[in-house]
Design a protein around this ligand. Structure first.
Ligand SMILES: [Fe+2]
Length: 358
């Protein structure tokens, strides 16, 4: 790569400092708030803006597929949406993609008759719909491209995610500990809890813009790296934490990963202490993310699917109570993580090709 002296010779007036300033303008703390569709304010949007009713024609197509796949027991990745003739569904999912990429950054699809479909059909239909957004990736380092969010009775400890308990989950980004954090997540409600389990959705873009206005010094720290607990989702020989920033920016496009708990645990795993500026920045971030202006809440009903831009829209839930766990099975959501680039492995590293025989 050309050094700054070479660049100066090739393009007089192009000094190294100038190049650094350019990079800062494109990548660091912006000078002005970022104008993105996902930078909404709660008081400016209503349910009609984010709830999409599934058209009757698309529902008829779903029913045909769900019937055909009622006893499907092959690997889900052998199902390709291009293998089906469903024009209304194709149009519906094109609308969903554009709302995720250019709209508010989240959509509630309302609703599929999941209670009348078999478990394999629920998994197959949601797999196909999600694949129409972007490829589903593994959610554990050793597999699982469809992840059941349910109370397993597990006790919260190292390597146990809150998603398998009935505890509340603070607002967060899924897979935030990954260098290649998923671009989108979706959750389809198969069964709701008897009480609680309210979903929270929060704009990380608006939180970012609030920090720019009120606490620019804290925002600058959030563009610098922190340690992140990798949730034991890696080869045991590898380091247990990743070193990543909360915010990254490419021009006017913001990407964010946020999970306060994973950062604090990451420092613990590395026997390190968060710097004072980092602690203050995390406090300011929490306040901005949890501001009522930047957050909405609703309760997912069976058959509804929420999907969102994972690196612009954070999500959480309240704790839930579920006496029906032993009889009906209790609250169950099917979760997908979708990523536009990279391999399907959790960390996004393209899979190695099998060794060629001599
Ligand atoms: Fe989550």
């Amino acid at each position: 790569m050309a050094d700054s002296n070479t660049r100066e010779r090739l393009a007089p007036g192009f000094s190294g400092k100038f190049a650094q300033d350019d990079a800062r303008q494109e990548r660091g703390v912006p000078e002005k708030p970022l104008q993105m569709g996902s930078g909404w304010r709660a008081s400016h949007i209503s349910e009609a803006d984010w709830r999409v009713e599934i058209p009757a024609e698309a529902l008829r197509e779903f029913e045909i597929i769900a019937g055909a796949l009622a006893e499907y027991d092959e690997p889900l990745d052998e199902l390709n949406p291009d293998g089906f003739d469903w024009p209304a569904t194709t149009d519906l999912m094109a609308d969903v993609r554009s709302r995720l990429n250019d709209g508010l950054g989240f959509v509630l699809l309302d609703r599929m008759p999941v209670e009348t479909w078999t478990d394999p059909a629920n998994r197959a239909v949601t797999w196909l719909l999600n694949t129409m957004i972007a490829p589903p990736i593994m959610q554990k380092w050793n597999g699982h491209r469809v992840y059941d969010v349910k109370d397993t009775g597990a006790k919260l400890e190292y390597g146990v995610r809150r998603s398998v308990t009935n505890l509340s989950q603070e607002v967060h980004t899924d897979g935030s500990f990954l260098a290649m954090t998923p671009d989108f997540f979706s959750l389809t409600c198969i069964r709701q809890a008897e009480a609680g389990g309210t979903s929270l959705i929060s704009s990380l873009v608006s939180a970012h813009n609030d920090l720019l206005e009120n606490h620019p010094e804290h925002l600058a720290r959030l563009y610098e790296p922190f340690w992140w607990d990798r949730q034991a989702e890696h080869d045991p020989a590898e380091q247990r934490a990743n070193w990543l920033p909360v915010f990254t920016r490419d021009g006017n496009t913001l990407s964010a990963r946020y999970y306060d708990d994973y950062i604090r645990k990451g420092y613990g795993l590395m026997n390190d202490e968060i710097d004072a500026a980092g602690l203050a920045a995390l406090e300011a971030m929490r306040e901005a993310v949890e501001s009522p202006q930047n957050q909405i809440e609703f309760r997912l009903q069976p058959g509804q699917m929420i999907c969102a831009q994972n690196m612009q829209i954070a999500h959480g839930r309240t704790g839930f109570r579920d006496p029906s766990v032993k009889t009906e099975g209790g609250r169950l959501l099917l979760r997908y993580w979708l990523r536009k680039e990279g391999g399907i492995a959790l960390d996004g590293v393209p899979e190695k090709l099998p060794a060629m025989a001599d």
